[in-house]
Design a protein around this ligand. Structure first.
Ligand SMILES: Nc1nc2c(ncn2[C@@H]2O[C@H](COP(=O)(O)OP(=O)(O)OP(=O)(O)O)[C@@H](O)[C@H]2O)c(=O)[nH]1
Ligand SMILES: [Mg+2]
Length: 205
């Protein structure tokens, strides 16, 4: 069944901030359906959420890596939520803080029963990082689907970006994780509609 594009946009436009927490135990009740955005620090996770939801200030973004330091939850209504995760791999935070973030992400993706899929945001010029692969392994272990957003596509021509998409899909084929890969730019809005379609499929499964 095809959802008209306007309905799709409306669905994400109504996203509203719920809470930001450093502790997975204080998240909203673990029911309904949730999709989490993961990716290297500065990859463009928060910008992707804002572009998809057409709300500039919904998720906080920053030029400085390490902006998102907690689990940030957005409500879409109908028991569905998006979660912005802290970025991994940012060198300039103390090791103890890094370990704390990793433990937070690890616990969340292992234990969150309502998690339906993971959006891995990876800069199209640097895809995939070891951390991105780690997230795909989590998907594999839990039988979750993945939406791979190859971000900042405005920094690359269309041909090379599509070549990266093909290469990455070939690289991860052996994992057997059902993955949709979208060439994406929060700046040019390239791939926003495709991302909405894929996200809806994750939330509604
Ligand atoms: N050119 C370009 N820059 C982008 C795009 N998306 C994000 N950026 C920039 O990349 C930087 C990081 O964006 P964020 O969305 O804050 O990244 P993040 O992954 O949430 O980062 P952390 O919260 O630190 O993990 C900001 O300076 C954004 O303006 C894009 O599509 N194109
Ligand atoms: Mg962020």
């Amino acid at each position: 069944m095809n959802t008209p594009e306007s309905d799709l946009a409306r669905r994400f436009r109504r996203a509203a901030f719920v809470l930001s927490t450093p502790d997975a135990r204080t998240l909203p009740a673990d029911s309904g359906a949730e999709v989490a955005f993961a990716g290297r620090s500065n990859a463009g996770k928060s910008s992707a959420i804002n572009a998809i939801c057409e709300q500039g200030g919904l998720a906080r973004t920053s030029k400085t890596p390490g902006r998102t330091q907690q689990l940030v939850v957005f409500d879409l209504g109908d028991g569905q939520r998006l979660v912005d995760l802290p970025g991994y791999g940012y060198a300039r935070v103390p090791l103890a803080v890094k370990q704390q973030w990793h433990a937070l992400i690890d616990r969340y993706v292992r234990e969150r029963a309502s998690l339906r899929g993971i959006v891995v945001v990876s800069d199209v010029r640097h895809a995939l990082t070891d951390f991105d692969r780690q997230m795909l392994h989590y998907c594999q272990h839990r039988g979750l689907r993945c939406l791979l957003l190859l971000s900042k596509a405005d920094k690359l021509n269309r041909g090379p970006a599509l070549a990266v998409r093909r290469q990455v899909l070939a690289q991860i084929a052996d994992l057997g994780v059902p993955t949709t890969a979208v060439v994406f730019s929060a700046r040019s809005r390239d791939g926003v509609d495709a991302a909405r379609v894929a996200l809806s499929a994750l939330l509604d499964q």
